[in-house]
Design a protein around this ligand. Sequence first.
Ligand code: XMP
Length: 501
Amino acid sequence: PSQPAPHDPFATVGLTYDDVLLLPGESDVVPSGAMTRSRVSKRITVEVPLLSSAMDTVTESRMAIAMARQGGLGVLHRNLSAEDQAQQVDLVKRSEAGMVSHPVTTSPSASLQQVDELCGRYRVSGLPVVDDSGVLLGIVTNRDLRFETDPTRRVDEVMTRMPLVTAPVGTDPDQAMALLAQHKIEKLPLVDADGRLRGLITVKDFTKADKYPLATKDEVGRLRVGAAIGIFEDAWKRAMLLVEAGVDLLVVDMAHGHSRAVLEMIARLKAEPSVAHVDVVGGNVATRAAAQALVEAGVDGVKVGVGPGSICTTRVVAGVGVPQVTAIYEAAQACAPAGVPVIGDGGLQYSGDIAKALVAGADTVMLGSLLAGCEESPGELVFVNGKQYKSYRGMGSLGAQQTRAGARSFSKDRYFQNDVAVDDDFVPEGVEGQVPYRGPLGAVAHQLVGGLRQSMFYVGAEDVGQLKARGRFVRITSAGLKESHPHDIRMTNEAPNYTVR
Ligand code: XMP
Protein backbone atom coordinates (compact mmCIF):
# COMPACT_ATOMS: atom_id res chain seq x y z
CA PRO A 1 0.00 0.00 0.00
CA SER A 2 1.21 3.47 -0.85
CA GLN A 3 2.11 5.88 1.94
CA PRO A 4 -0.39 8.68 2.58
CA ALA A 5 0.86 12.00 1.21
CA PRO A 6 2.66 13.95 3.92
CA HIS A 7 0.54 16.71 5.41
CA ASP A 8 1.46 20.04 3.79
CA PRO A 9 0.69 22.83 6.26
CA PHE A 10 1.50 25.67 3.87
CA ALA A 11 -1.49 27.41 2.36
CA THR A 12 -1.34 30.59 0.35
CA VAL A 13 0.36 33.97 0.87
CA GLY A 14 -1.78 36.37 2.85
CA LEU A 15 -2.01 40.05 1.97
CA THR A 16 -3.38 42.97 3.90
CA TYR A 17 -4.25 46.63 3.27
CA ASP A 18 -0.66 47.87 3.34
CA ASP A 19 0.40 45.20 0.82
CA VAL A 20 -1.79 46.51 -1.99
CA LEU A 21 -2.89 49.64 -3.80
CA LEU A 22 -5.74 50.14 -6.24
CA LEU A 23 -4.79 50.71 -9.86
CA PRO A 24 -6.12 53.95 -11.30
CA GLY A 25 -8.53 53.23 -14.15
CA GLU A 26 -10.09 55.27 -16.93
CA SER A 27 -12.71 57.48 -15.31
CA ASP A 28 -15.60 59.80 -16.10
CA VAL A 29 -16.73 59.80 -12.49
CA VAL A 30 -16.49 62.85 -10.25
CA PRO A 31 -16.09 62.08 -6.55
CA SER A 32 -19.30 63.88 -5.57
CA GLY A 33 -21.23 61.80 -8.11
CA ALA A 34 -20.10 58.43 -6.76
CA MET A 35 -22.86 56.37 -5.10
CA THR A 36 -21.73 54.63 -1.94
CA ARG A 37 -24.89 52.60 -1.28
CA SER A 38 -24.23 49.00 -0.26
CA ARG A 39 -25.66 46.04 1.64
CA VAL A 40 -24.92 45.13 5.25
CA SER A 41 -26.94 41.94 5.09
CA LYS A 42 -29.50 40.37 2.80
CA ARG A 43 -32.24 42.88 3.67
CA ILE A 44 -30.42 45.88 5.13
CA THR A 45 -29.09 48.56 2.81
CA VAL A 46 -26.98 51.54 3.85
CA GLU A 47 -26.11 54.69 1.92
CA VAL A 48 -22.66 54.71 3.51
CA PRO A 49 -20.87 51.34 3.86
CA LEU A 50 -19.56 51.92 7.39
CA LEU A 51 -20.42 50.05 10.59
CA SER A 52 -19.19 50.85 14.09
CA SER A 53 -17.67 48.01 16.10
CA ALA A 54 -19.53 46.20 18.86
CA MET A 55 -17.02 47.32 21.48
CA ASP A 56 -17.61 48.96 24.84
CA THR A 57 -15.38 51.91 23.91
CA VAL A 58 -17.05 52.39 20.51
CA THR A 59 -20.77 51.65 20.24
CA GLU A 60 -23.52 52.43 22.70
CA SER A 61 -26.80 54.13 21.80
CA ARG A 62 -25.25 57.55 21.17
CA MET A 63 -22.79 56.23 18.59
CA ALA A 64 -25.48 53.98 17.05
CA ILE A 65 -27.79 56.98 16.60
CA ALA A 66 -24.98 59.05 15.09
CA MET A 67 -23.89 56.22 12.75
CA ALA A 68 -27.43 55.62 11.46
CA ARG A 69 -27.93 59.36 10.91
CA GLN A 70 -24.76 59.50 8.80
CA GLY A 71 -26.09 56.65 6.65
CA GLY A 72 -24.13 53.80 8.26
CA LEU A 73 -25.04 51.44 11.10
CA GLY A 74 -23.95 50.96 14.71
CA VAL A 75 -23.67 47.53 16.30
CA LEU A 76 -24.23 47.77 20.07
CA HIS A 77 -21.64 45.95 22.16
CA ARG A 78 -22.63 43.12 24.50
CA ASN A 79 -20.41 43.73 27.52
CA LEU A 80 -23.46 44.69 29.58
CA SER A 81 -26.57 42.92 30.82
CA ALA A 82 -29.17 41.76 28.28
CA GLU A 83 -31.68 44.19 29.81
CA ASP A 84 -29.31 47.15 29.52
CA GLN A 85 -28.44 46.27 25.94
CA ALA A 86 -32.15 46.00 25.03
CA GLN A 87 -32.66 49.39 26.65
CA GLN A 88 -29.96 50.80 24.33
CA VAL A 89 -31.81 49.40 21.32
CA ASP A 90 -34.97 51.07 22.61
CA LEU A 91 -33.16 54.41 22.92
CA VAL A 92 -32.02 54.23 19.29
CA LYS A 93 -35.40 53.12 17.97
CA ARG A 94 -37.14 55.96 19.81
CA SER A 95 -34.63 58.63 18.88
CA GLU A 96 -36.14 59.51 15.56
CA ALA A 97 -39.20 58.33 13.73
CA GLY A 98 -41.68 59.25 11.10
CA MET A 99 -44.23 58.32 13.72
CA VAL A 100 -43.54 57.03 17.21
CA SER A 101 -45.90 54.08 17.45
CA HIS A 102 -45.40 53.49 21.19
CA PRO A 103 -44.57 56.88 22.66
CA VAL A 104 -43.13 57.15 26.14
CA THR A 105 -46.03 58.37 28.29
CA THR A 106 -46.71 59.41 31.85
CA SER A 107 -49.73 59.22 34.16
CA PRO A 108 -51.67 62.07 35.79
CA SER A 109 -50.46 61.03 39.24
CA ALA A 110 -46.74 60.90 38.35
CA SER A 111 -44.46 63.55 39.86
CA LEU A 112 -42.72 66.23 37.83
CA GLN A 113 -39.43 64.71 38.91
CA GLN A 114 -40.40 61.43 37.24
CA VAL A 115 -41.32 63.30 34.06
CA ASP A 116 -38.00 65.09 34.13
CA GLU A 117 -36.11 61.78 34.48
CA LEU A 118 -38.01 60.16 31.59
CA CYS A 119 -37.46 63.18 29.34
CA GLY A 120 -33.73 63.10 30.13
CA ARG A 121 -33.39 59.37 29.52
CA TYR A 122 -35.16 59.44 26.15
CA ARG A 123 -33.95 62.93 25.20
CA VAL A 124 -37.49 64.13 24.55
CA SER A 125 -39.02 67.48 25.37
CA GLY A 126 -42.40 66.33 26.66
CA LEU A 127 -44.72 63.40 27.30
CA PRO A 128 -48.37 62.61 26.51
CA VAL A 129 -50.38 61.94 29.68
CA VAL A 130 -52.66 58.88 29.56
CA ASP A 131 -54.99 57.13 32.01
CA ASP A 132 -54.84 53.41 32.87
CA SER A 133 -56.67 52.42 29.70
CA GLY A 134 -54.43 54.51 27.45
CA VAL A 135 -56.90 57.37 26.88
CA LEU A 136 -55.11 60.66 26.18
CA LEU A 137 -55.72 63.19 28.99
CA GLY A 138 -53.21 65.88 28.07
CA ILE A 139 -49.58 66.59 27.44
CA VAL A 140 -46.77 67.78 29.69
CA THR A 141 -43.83 69.52 28.02
CA ASN A 142 -40.78 71.61 28.85
CA ARG A 143 -42.94 74.68 28.80
CA ASP A 144 -45.15 73.31 31.58
CA LEU A 145 -42.10 72.44 33.67
CA ARG A 146 -39.95 75.49 33.08
CA PHE A 147 -41.25 77.62 35.96
CA GLU A 148 -42.03 74.80 38.37
CA THR A 149 -39.86 74.71 41.47
CA ASP A 150 -41.55 71.83 43.31
CA PRO A 151 -40.49 68.46 41.76
CA THR A 152 -43.06 66.59 43.88
CA ARG A 153 -46.05 68.25 42.19
CA ARG A 154 -48.35 65.95 40.24
CA VAL A 155 -48.48 65.92 36.46
CA ASP A 156 -52.22 66.70 36.39
CA GLU A 157 -51.58 69.96 38.23
CA VAL A 158 -49.45 71.38 35.43
CA MET A 159 -50.24 69.50 32.21
CA THR A 160 -52.00 71.05 29.22
CA ARG A 161 -55.35 69.26 29.20
CA MET A 162 -57.51 67.95 26.42
CA PRO A 163 -58.82 69.22 24.08
CA LEU A 164 -55.45 69.29 22.34
CA VAL A 165 -54.75 69.34 18.64
CA THR A 166 -54.74 65.64 17.74
CA ALA A 167 -55.11 63.63 14.54
CA PRO A 168 -56.57 60.22 13.79
CA VAL A 169 -54.28 57.18 13.46
CA GLY A 170 -53.19 56.82 9.85
CA THR A 171 -52.65 60.56 9.26
CA ASP A 172 -49.91 60.84 6.63
CA PRO A 173 -46.70 62.82 7.19
CA ASP A 174 -47.70 65.75 4.94
CA GLN A 175 -51.05 66.23 6.70
CA ALA A 176 -49.28 65.96 10.06
CA MET A 177 -46.71 68.58 9.10
CA ALA A 178 -49.50 70.91 7.94
CA LEU A 179 -51.28 70.56 11.30
CA LEU A 180 -48.07 71.14 13.27
CA ALA A 181 -47.41 74.30 11.23
CA GLN A 182 -50.98 75.56 11.33
CA HIS A 183 -51.20 75.31 15.11
CA LYS A 184 -47.56 76.24 15.76
CA ILE A 185 -47.14 73.14 17.90
CA GLU A 186 -44.29 70.63 18.19
CA LYS A 187 -46.10 67.41 19.04
CA LEU A 188 -49.12 65.85 17.41
CA PRO A 189 -50.68 62.91 19.29
CA LEU A 190 -52.51 60.37 17.15
CA VAL A 191 -55.65 58.91 18.70
CA ASP A 192 -58.22 56.24 17.82
CA ALA A 193 -62.02 56.60 17.90
CA ASP A 194 -62.07 55.94 21.68
CA GLY A 195 -59.53 58.66 22.37
CA ARG A 196 -56.71 56.20 23.08
CA LEU A 197 -53.19 57.35 22.27
CA ARG A 198 -51.93 55.38 19.24
CA GLY A 199 -48.85 57.34 18.19
CA LEU A 200 -47.01 60.62 18.19
CA ILE A 201 -45.58 62.78 15.43
CA THR A 202 -43.07 65.48 16.33
CA VAL A 203 -41.70 68.43 14.41
CA LYS A 204 -38.20 67.43 15.55
CA ASP A 205 -38.39 64.30 13.40
CA PHE A 206 -39.18 66.31 10.30
CA THR A 207 -36.24 68.65 10.81
CA LYS A 208 -33.93 65.68 11.44
CA ALA A 209 -35.09 64.03 8.21
CA ASP A 210 -34.00 67.19 6.38
CA LYS A 211 -30.70 67.37 8.23
CA TYR A 212 -29.74 63.69 7.72
CA PRO A 213 -31.00 62.74 4.26
CA LEU A 214 -28.87 59.57 4.10
CA ALA A 215 -30.03 58.18 7.47
CA THR A 216 -30.42 54.41 7.71
CA LYS A 217 -34.08 53.86 8.58
CA ASP A 218 -36.54 50.99 8.89
CA GLU A 219 -39.82 50.79 7.02
CA VAL A 220 -41.61 53.02 9.56
CA GLY A 221 -38.94 55.71 9.64
CA ARG A 222 -37.03 54.73 12.79
CA LEU A 223 -33.23 54.62 12.78
CA ARG A 224 -31.83 51.14 12.31
CA VAL A 225 -29.53 49.50 14.83
CA GLY A 226 -27.60 46.25 15.19
CA ALA A 227 -26.63 44.44 18.37
CA ALA A 228 -24.03 41.81 19.18
CA ILE A 229 -24.87 38.57 20.96
CA GLY A 230 -22.84 35.53 21.95
CA ILE A 231 -23.71 31.85 21.99
CA PHE A 232 -23.41 30.77 25.61
CA GLU A 233 -25.51 31.14 28.77
CA ASP A 234 -28.03 33.95 28.38
CA ALA A 235 -27.42 34.49 24.64
CA TRP A 236 -30.85 33.26 23.56
CA LYS A 237 -32.69 35.31 26.17
CA ARG A 238 -30.58 38.31 25.16
CA ALA A 239 -31.48 37.84 21.51
CA MET A 240 -35.19 37.68 22.35
CA LEU A 241 -35.03 40.86 24.46
CA LEU A 242 -33.18 42.68 21.68
CA VAL A 243 -35.74 41.56 19.11
CA GLU A 244 -38.57 42.68 21.39
CA ALA A 245 -36.91 46.09 21.71
CA GLY A 246 -36.89 46.40 17.91
CA VAL A 247 -33.33 45.53 16.88
CA ASP A 248 -32.83 45.35 13.09
CA LEU A 249 -29.73 43.18 12.96
CA LEU A 250 -28.41 40.50 15.31
CA VAL A 251 -24.69 39.87 15.07
CA VAL A 252 -23.51 36.56 16.49
CA ASP A 253 -20.13 37.96 17.42
CA MET A 254 -17.49 35.42 18.41
CA ALA A 255 -13.72 35.48 18.01
CA HIS A 256 -13.98 32.16 16.12
CA GLY A 257 -17.12 31.93 14.00
CA HIS A 258 -16.19 28.60 12.47
CA SER A 259 -17.42 26.55 15.40
CA ARG A 260 -20.35 24.23 15.82
CA ALA A 261 -21.99 26.30 18.56
CA VAL A 262 -21.97 29.44 16.38
CA LEU A 263 -23.49 27.58 13.42
CA GLU A 264 -26.16 26.07 15.68
CA MET A 265 -27.02 29.45 17.16
CA ILE A 266 -27.44 30.93 13.69
CA ALA A 267 -29.60 28.06 12.48
CA ARG A 268 -31.74 28.32 15.63
CA LEU A 269 -32.21 32.08 15.21
CA LYS A 270 -33.11 31.67 11.54
CA ALA A 271 -35.73 29.05 12.46
CA GLU A 272 -37.36 31.19 15.18
CA PRO A 273 -40.57 32.83 13.89
CA SER A 274 -40.24 35.90 16.15
CA VAL A 275 -36.83 36.65 14.59
CA ALA A 276 -38.03 36.25 10.98
CA HIS A 277 -37.99 40.02 10.29
CA VAL A 278 -34.48 40.49 11.75
CA ASP A 279 -31.30 39.82 9.75
CA VAL A 280 -28.65 37.62 11.37
CA VAL A 281 -24.93 38.13 10.78
CA GLY A 282 -22.37 35.53 11.85
CA GLY A 283 -18.66 35.80 12.54
CA ASN A 284 -15.85 36.25 12.77
CA VAL A 285 -14.22 34.13 10.10
CA ALA A 286 -11.14 34.39 7.89
CA THR A 287 -11.33 31.43 5.49
CA ARG A 288 -13.50 30.36 2.58
CA ALA A 289 -14.55 27.15 4.36
CA ALA A 290 -15.74 29.07 7.42
CA ALA A 291 -17.73 31.54 5.31
CA GLN A 292 -19.25 28.61 3.42
CA ALA A 293 -20.29 26.98 6.72
CA LEU A 294 -22.01 30.21 7.84
CA VAL A 295 -23.77 30.52 4.49
CA GLU A 296 -25.03 26.95 4.84
CA ALA A 297 -26.25 27.68 8.36
CA GLY A 298 -28.45 30.39 6.82
CA VAL A 299 -26.77 33.69 7.73
CA ASP A 300 -27.80 36.99 6.13
CA GLY A 301 -24.28 38.43 6.39
CA VAL A 302 -20.76 37.24 7.20
CA LYS A 303 -18.31 39.22 9.31
CA VAL A 304 -14.66 38.71 8.44
CA GLY A 305 -11.59 39.36 10.54
CA VAL A 306 -9.44 37.20 12.78
CA GLY A 307 -6.81 39.35 14.40
CA PRO A 308 -6.54 42.42 12.12
CA GLY A 309 -7.88 44.83 14.75
CA SER A 310 -5.66 47.62 16.06
CA ILE A 311 -6.15 46.36 19.62
CA CYS A 312 -6.04 42.62 18.80
CA THR A 313 -3.29 40.33 19.94
CA THR A 314 -4.85 37.08 18.70
CA ARG A 315 -2.23 36.75 15.98
CA VAL A 316 0.63 36.98 18.44
CA VAL A 317 -0.97 35.26 21.43
CA ALA A 318 -2.35 32.33 19.43
CA GLY A 319 -0.37 32.70 16.20
CA VAL A 320 -3.65 32.53 14.32
CA GLY A 321 -5.25 34.75 11.69
CA VAL A 322 -5.28 35.71 8.03
CA PRO A 323 -4.12 39.10 6.71
CA GLN A 324 -7.32 40.99 6.12
CA VAL A 325 -7.39 41.55 2.33
CA THR A 326 -6.87 37.82 1.72
CA ALA A 327 -9.38 36.92 4.45
CA ILE A 328 -12.05 39.12 2.85
CA TYR A 329 -11.26 37.78 -0.62
CA GLU A 330 -11.50 34.17 0.53
CA ALA A 331 -14.76 34.70 2.46
CA ALA A 332 -16.28 36.52 -0.50
CA GLN A 333 -15.58 33.53 -2.74
CA ALA A 334 -18.13 31.61 -0.68
CA CYS A 335 -20.52 34.49 0.06
CA ALA A 336 -20.90 36.28 -3.28
CA PRO A 337 -22.37 33.29 -5.18
CA ALA A 338 -24.91 32.87 -2.36
CA GLY A 339 -25.86 36.58 -2.36
CA VAL A 340 -24.64 36.98 1.22
CA PRO A 341 -22.93 40.33 1.95
CA VAL A 342 -19.52 40.45 3.65
CA ILE A 343 -18.49 42.83 6.44
CA GLY A 344 -14.73 43.51 6.56
CA ASP A 345 -14.16 43.92 10.31
CA GLY A 346 -11.02 45.52 11.74
CA GLY A 347 -7.60 46.57 10.57
CA LEU A 348 -8.57 49.71 8.65
CA GLN A 349 -6.21 52.57 9.37
CA TYR A 350 -7.02 55.14 6.68
CA SER A 351 -9.95 55.98 4.41
CA GLY A 352 -8.13 54.36 1.47
CA ASP A 353 -8.53 50.98 3.16
CA ILE A 354 -12.33 51.14 2.73
CA ALA A 355 -12.17 50.85 -1.07
CA LYS A 356 -9.47 48.18 -0.79
CA ALA A 357 -11.82 46.13 1.42
CA LEU A 358 -14.69 46.54 -1.05
CA VAL A 359 -12.53 45.55 -4.03
CA ALA A 360 -11.28 42.51 -2.10
CA GLY A 361 -14.93 41.40 -1.74
CA ALA A 362 -16.46 43.18 1.26
CA ASP A 363 -19.78 45.04 1.00
CA THR A 364 -19.28 47.13 4.14
CA VAL A 365 -16.51 47.66 6.68
CA MET A 366 -16.60 47.74 10.46
CA LEU A 367 -14.46 50.30 12.27
CA GLY A 368 -13.13 50.38 15.82
CA SER A 369 -10.06 52.56 16.24
CA LEU A 370 -11.11 55.01 13.52
CA LEU A 371 -14.30 55.79 15.47
CA ALA A 372 -13.25 55.32 19.11
CA GLY A 373 -11.98 58.91 19.27
CA CYS A 374 -15.35 60.41 18.34
CA GLU A 375 -17.39 62.52 20.69
CA GLU A 376 -20.22 59.95 20.46
CA SER A 377 -18.16 56.95 21.63
CA PRO A 378 -18.56 55.94 25.31
CA GLY A 379 -16.04 57.24 27.82
CA GLU A 380 -14.59 60.52 28.94
CA LEU A 381 -11.96 62.70 27.31
CA VAL A 382 -8.55 62.49 28.93
CA PHE A 383 -5.76 65.03 28.63
CA VAL A 384 -2.18 63.84 28.12
CA ASN A 385 0.49 66.52 27.64
CA GLY A 386 -2.18 68.98 26.61
CA LYS A 387 -3.64 66.71 23.91
CA GLN A 388 -7.08 65.13 24.11
CA TYR A 389 -7.58 61.36 23.97
CA LYS A 390 -10.33 58.79 24.47
CA SER A 391 -9.80 55.31 25.77
CA TYR A 392 -10.02 52.36 23.39
CA ARG A 393 -9.65 48.72 24.34
CA GLY A 394 -10.03 45.27 22.84
CA MET A 395 -13.03 43.24 23.96
CA GLY A 396 -10.53 40.50 24.71
CA SER A 397 -8.36 42.77 26.84
CA LEU A 398 -7.98 42.25 30.56
CA GLY A 399 -9.87 45.48 31.27
CA ALA A 400 -12.92 44.44 29.23
CA GLN A 401 -12.94 40.99 30.85
CA GLN A 402 -12.50 41.97 34.46
CA THR A 403 -15.36 41.32 36.81
CA ARG A 404 -15.53 44.81 38.23
CA ALA A 405 -17.09 45.31 41.65
CA GLY A 406 -20.84 45.03 41.26
CA ALA A 407 -20.64 44.40 37.52
CA ARG A 408 -19.67 41.34 35.52
CA SER A 409 -18.04 40.92 32.18
CA PHE A 410 -20.28 39.52 29.50
CA SER A 411 -17.67 39.15 26.81
CA LYS A 412 -15.30 36.43 28.10
CA ASP A 413 -17.31 34.04 26.02
CA ARG A 414 -16.32 35.88 22.82
CA TYR A 415 -12.97 34.13 23.30
CA PHE A 416 -14.58 30.84 24.41
CA GLN A 417 -13.21 31.37 27.94
CA ASN A 418 -16.46 31.68 29.86
CA ASP A 419 -15.35 28.70 31.97
CA VAL A 420 -12.48 30.76 33.39
CA ALA A 421 -13.68 31.75 36.85
CA VAL A 422 -10.69 33.72 38.13
CA ASP A 423 -9.71 36.96 36.38
CA ASP A 424 -6.01 36.17 36.69
CA ASP A 425 -6.46 32.96 34.71
CA PHE A 426 -7.90 34.71 31.67
CA VAL A 427 -5.69 34.68 28.57
CA PRO A 428 -6.21 38.10 26.95
CA GLU A 429 -6.31 38.58 23.19
CA GLY A 430 -6.44 42.35 23.19
CA VAL A 431 -4.85 45.43 24.70
CA GLU A 432 -6.05 48.69 26.26
CA GLY A 433 -5.00 52.15 25.23
CA GLN A 434 -6.00 55.57 23.97
CA VAL A 435 -6.71 57.15 20.61
CA PRO A 436 -6.62 60.88 19.79
CA TYR A 437 -9.92 62.72 20.22
CA ARG A 438 -11.47 63.32 16.80
CA GLY A 439 -14.56 65.44 17.49
CA PRO A 440 -18.09 64.62 16.31
CA LEU A 441 -18.72 61.57 14.12
CA GLY A 442 -20.21 63.77 11.39
CA ALA A 443 -16.81 65.25 10.55
CA VAL A 444 -14.98 61.92 10.86
CA ALA A 445 -17.51 60.12 8.65
CA HIS A 446 -17.29 62.95 6.12
CA GLN A 447 -13.55 62.35 5.70
CA LEU A 448 -13.93 58.56 5.53
CA VAL A 449 -16.71 58.69 2.93
CA GLY A 450 -14.86 61.48 1.11
CA GLY A 451 -11.83 59.20 0.84
CA LEU A 452 -14.01 56.40 -0.55
CA ARG A 453 -15.47 58.78 -3.14
CA GLN A 454 -11.95 59.72 -4.23
CA SER A 455 -11.11 56.00 -4.58
CA MET A 456 -14.19 55.51 -6.75
CA PHE A 457 -13.22 58.49 -8.89
CA TYR A 458 -9.70 57.10 -9.47
CA VAL A 459 -10.97 53.60 -10.25
CA GLY A 460 -13.73 54.97 -12.47
CA ALA A 461 -16.62 53.49 -10.51
CA GLU A 462 -20.01 55.17 -10.26
CA ASP A 463 -21.24 52.82 -7.58
CA VAL A 464 -20.05 50.07 -5.28
CA GLY A 465 -20.95 47.37 -7.80
CA GLN A 466 -18.68 48.98 -10.40
CA LEU A 467 -15.93 49.46 -7.84
CA LYS A 468 -15.98 45.74 -7.09
CA ALA A 469 -16.07 44.84 -10.77
CA ARG A 470 -13.39 47.28 -11.98
CA GLY A 471 -11.04 47.47 -9.01
CA ARG A 472 -7.63 45.84 -9.52
CA PHE A 473 -4.80 45.63 -7.02
CA VAL A 474 -1.11 46.09 -7.49
CA ARG A 475 1.01 44.38 -4.87
CA ILE A 476 3.59 46.64 -3.33
CA THR A 477 6.82 46.19 -1.39
CA SER A 478 7.90 47.84 1.85
CA ALA A 479 9.65 50.47 -0.29
CA GLY A 480 6.32 51.12 -2.04
CA LEU A 481 4.55 51.49 1.29
CA LYS A 482 7.20 53.94 2.47
CA GLU A 483 6.71 55.93 -0.73
CA SER A 484 2.92 55.93 -0.20
CA HIS A 485 3.13 57.78 3.11
CA PRO A 486 4.44 61.33 3.40
CA HIS A 487 8.24 61.18 3.37
CA ASP A 488 11.24 63.46 3.47
CA ILE A 489 9.29 66.19 5.18
CA ARG A 490 8.78 67.33 8.75
CA MET A 491 5.01 67.60 9.02
CA THR A 492 3.93 70.87 10.55
CA ASN A 493 0.15 70.61 10.27
CA GLU A 494 -1.98 67.57 10.89
CA ALA A 495 -4.51 66.80 8.15
CA PRO A 496 -8.00 65.74 9.33
CA ASN A 497 -7.61 62.40 7.50
CA TYR A 498 -3.96 61.60 8.16
CA THR A 499 -2.05 60.90 11.33
CA VAL A 500 1.40 59.48 11.77
CA ARG A 501 1.17 56.12 13.53
P1 XMP B 1 -9.94 48.17 14.50
O1 XMP B 1 -8.68 47.84 13.75
O2 XMP B 1 -10.93 48.89 13.66
O3 XMP B 1 -10.57 46.73 14.86
O4 XMP B 1 -9.65 48.88 15.78
C1 XMP B 1 -11.82 46.60 15.53
C2 XMP B 1 -12.25 45.14 15.55
O5 XMP B 1 -11.35 44.34 16.32
C3 XMP B 1 -12.03 43.20 16.87
N1 XMP B 1 -11.72 43.12 18.29
C4 XMP B 1 -10.80 42.30 18.82
N2 XMP B 1 -10.05 41.32 18.28
N3 XMP B 1 -9.04 40.93 20.38
C5 XMP B 1 -9.18 40.61 19.08
O6 XMP B 1 -8.50 39.68 18.60
C6 XMP B 1 -9.77 41.90 21.00
O7 XMP B 1 -9.61 42.16 22.19
C7 XMP B 1 -10.70 42.60 20.18
N4 XMP B 1 -11.61 43.57 20.46
C8 XMP B 1 -12.22 43.87 19.28
C9 XMP B 1 -13.50 43.41 16.60
O8 XMP B 1 -13.85 42.55 15.53
C10 XMP B 1 -13.58 44.88 16.22
O9 XMP B 1 -14.67 45.18 15.39
